[in-house]
Design a protein around this ligand. Structure first.
Ligand SMILES: Nc1nc2c(ncn2[C@@H]2O[C@H](COP(=O)(O)OP(=O)(O)OP(=O)(O)O)[C@@H](O)[C@H]2O)c(=O)[nH]1
Ligand SMILES: [Zn+2]
Length: 302
């Protein structure tokens, strides 16, 4: 048996890239029939690690699906190791609340590495260094790049080595342009895809993993800032990494960290350990989720 990675799934065919020691071969596979039926859940998806048996004609049969470390659902893609949250320094402007919404979504998705990438440095004359430094201090690596001028692209390439990366971020920040800068072969494929998504076609489309630098780049937008309403409000404080050391020290449990007295999170804001910007984003997202829950409940009782 050979081990490999499903890089594409289409019409019940699974395209498996076998491990490097075996010579990196792309093998067209079918699923073992029994194996398919025994899985009630989502089944084998792009990004999954699998074991395959080879048939005399060179094709393969997926015999086993190995455990996943993460799963994005729309479209389904497994084992993403890194998300590059892409924004623009200008056009469109970088709004802290939008950045924080994406950070919360990325934390919620369980993807291990979260990187902030700020594109279009060439368009911005001011200094966003101080603004971004606060995010670096939380632990998020920050890359400042220009797809147009080439600034920072080498650092971005380094960041992609060996990882399975998805680029997420608002529309128009230059995700396609960046992929094009990184490697022309990437943009040809991804550019087309993002156009299709924007127009609302291909809603059931599947993701594809594009091999790059010993890892992969996934041709999906990852997630959109709209999905926030799906997360559990109890989990929200934990998605702010710098809140975590304070969460057990509030007088009330549970504490929403909004109106309660003797709140350790609010004390940390006052002491400067948590920035006002991040706390404001927390409250904003908290209220949005709460509001949505109310609406959902009203609908249920009707
Ligand atoms: N000045 C400048 N313009 C850029 C840069 N990167 C991208 N652009 C421009 O920004 C616009 C949007 O770029 P895209 O690459 O299409 O952005 P995108 O994030 O893929 O957009 P969606 O497909 O909507 O998600 C285009 O007009 C690009 O030419 C940059 O570094 N500097
Ligand atoms: Zn509190």
């Amino acid at each position: 048996m050979q081990e490999g990675r499903v890089i594409k799934a289409y019409n019940s065919f699974f395209y498996v890239l076998t491990e490097a020691e075996a010579g990196q071969e792309l093998v067209t596979c079918k699923l073992r029939g029994k194996f398919k039926k025994s899985r009630r859940s989502i089944g084998v998806v792009p990004g999954d690690r699998v074991r395959i048996d080879r048939l005399p004609d060179g094709s393969g049969v997926v015999e086993e699906q190995l455990p996943r470390t993460s799963l994005l659902k729309r479209p389904a893609v497994a084992n993403i190791t890194q998300v590059v949250l892409t924004f623009a320094a200008a056009q469109p402007d970088l709004h802290p609340l939008l950045l924080n919404r994406f950070l919360v979504l990325a934390e919620w998705s369980g993807i291990p590495k979260i990187v902030i990438c700020v594109n279009k440095q060439d368009l911005y004359a001011g200094d966003i260094g101080a603004f971004l430094k606060a995010y670096e201090q939380i632990g998020y690596p920050v890359l400042r790049v220009s797809a147009q001028q080439g600034e920072g692209i080498e650092a971005l390439r380094q960041q992609l080595q060996g990882e399975t990366t998805v680029f997420a971020g608002p529309s128009g920040v230059g995700k396609s342009s960046l992929l094009n800068r990184i490697d022309e072969r990437l943009s040809l494929q991804t550019g087309q895809v993002s156009e299709k998504i924007k127009r609302g076609r291909h809603t059931t489309r599947v993701a594809e993993l594009l091999p790059y630098a010993g890892g992969f780049i996934v041709d999906t937008p990852g997630f959109s800032a709209m999905e926030l309403t799906e997360l559990d409000i109890q989990d929200l404080p934990g998605y702010f990494p710098e809140f975590r050391p304070h969460l057990d020290a509030c007088r009330f449990a549970p504490c929403s960290h909004t109106h309660e007295p003797d709140c350790a999170v609010k004390a940390a804001v006052a002491a400067g350990a948590i920035t006002q910007e991040r706390y404001d984003a927390y409250v904003n997202i908290y209220e949005e989720i709460k509001e949505n829950q109310k609406i959902a409940r009203k609908k249920e009782y009707k």
